[in-house]
Write a protein that binds this ligand. Structure first.
Ligand code: RIB
Length: 306
């Protein structure tokens, strides 16, 4: 089943620092890199490197030609994308020695989708497939409604969290992908052990993937629950780890893998991602994931199911 990702594209400006800059502080950085990124672009690349057929939809600005090229060279179909003379979205990313990041976003052309473009793109995509969204573009609620009305499956990665997320028609989703902050924002209350169950009770029609960073991930679908820890690896840059997990996870569920096998695959892929610097460029191919698993380079934890 093909994926149509109405996804953000960002020019990532990445600064390595020992520790994050503090309020009122001016700090020298250790290095600077300009990379291809954006949760949308990263997830298209992750799903394609896993083996999915992916169409990326979105608007590339006058400075975003290399982002489109990155998608193309990965095998993502960019024929439904639109160019613009405005500037592309960008991200200012600090990566600390711990491997953790801090990200500031500027929306640029990611926030310029129109209803006419959405209608035309959905029409061209056809009647079968999954529409994927992240919370880095405009008109998300409208895309969910239009895609669901056409009988397409819809998955939303509600990242990054904003108050607007609660107004989206989450009741129309086939998959809701969240981390603890996003999940608690949607469900209300604490990000505690009951969070997955509370999301399932609120949105029983949706499969739910709850990612927990270095503590792994949990998911639920049709009354079946599964959880996994994470691989013990030395993280150099966690940017795009969540996107890698999402892309591989969707590959698994759309290709009929069990939840347990899907979680194992996504966990292995994101463990490889965090050991490399960058966003899109740090996402492994399926061949690399399989090789790491067969060589015993990754120790993937047991999946717990209930
Ligand atoms: O998830 C990582 C991504 O978040 C980065 O590539 C950055 O562009 C932001 O969108």
């Amino acid at each position: 089943m093909p994926i149509l990702n109405f996804g953000s594209l960002n020019i990532d400006h990445v600064y390595r620092v020992d520790t994050f800059v503090q309020p009122g502080e001016t700090k020298h950085t250790k290095s600077y890199m300009m990379n291809s990124g954006g949760k949308g672009l990263n997830q298209s690349i992750a799903a394609a490197r896993a083996g999915s057929q992916v169409f990326h939809a979105g608007i590339a600005g006058r400075d975003g030609g290399f982002l489109v090229e990155k998608l193309r060279e990965t095998g993502v179909d960019t024929s439904l994308m639109k160019p613009s003379t405005e500037v592309s979205g960008h991200a200012i990313i600090e990566v600390a020695d711990s491997g953790q990041n801090r990200i500031l976003l500027y929306g640029g052309t990611n926030q310029m989708l129109t209803e006419a473009y959405i209608d035309q793109t959905l029409e061209a995509f056809g009647a079968e497939g999954l529409v994927l969204l992240q919370n880095e573009t405009n008109l998300i609620g409208e895309i969910i409604e239009k895609a669901a009305a056409r009988g397409l499956k819809v998955a939303l990665n509600a990242a990054p969290y904003s108050n607007e997320v609660k107004s989206f028609p989450i009741n129309l989703l086939d998959w809701l992908i969240v981390n603890e902050v996003e999940g608690a924002g949607i469900a209300g209350g604490e990000a505690d052990e009951s969070l997955l169950q509370r999301l399932v009770e609120l949105y029983p029609q949706a499969g739910i993937l709850l990612t927990l960073g270095s503590r792994g991930a949990q998911c639920a679908r049709n009354g079946h629950f599964a959880s996994i820890g994470s691989c013990r690896v030395q993280a150099v840059d966690t940017t795009a780890a969540g996107d890698t997990f999402s892309g591989y996870f969707l590959y698994g569920v759309l290709h009929g893998l069990s939840l347990a096998d899907t979680l194992r695959l996504a966990t292995a892929a994101s463990a490889l991602c965090v050991q490399r610097p960058g966003a899109a460029d740090s996402i492994p191919t399926m061949a690399e994931v399989k090789q790491a698993l067969s060589e015993g380079a990754l120790s993937v934890p047991e999946v717990c199911e209930w």
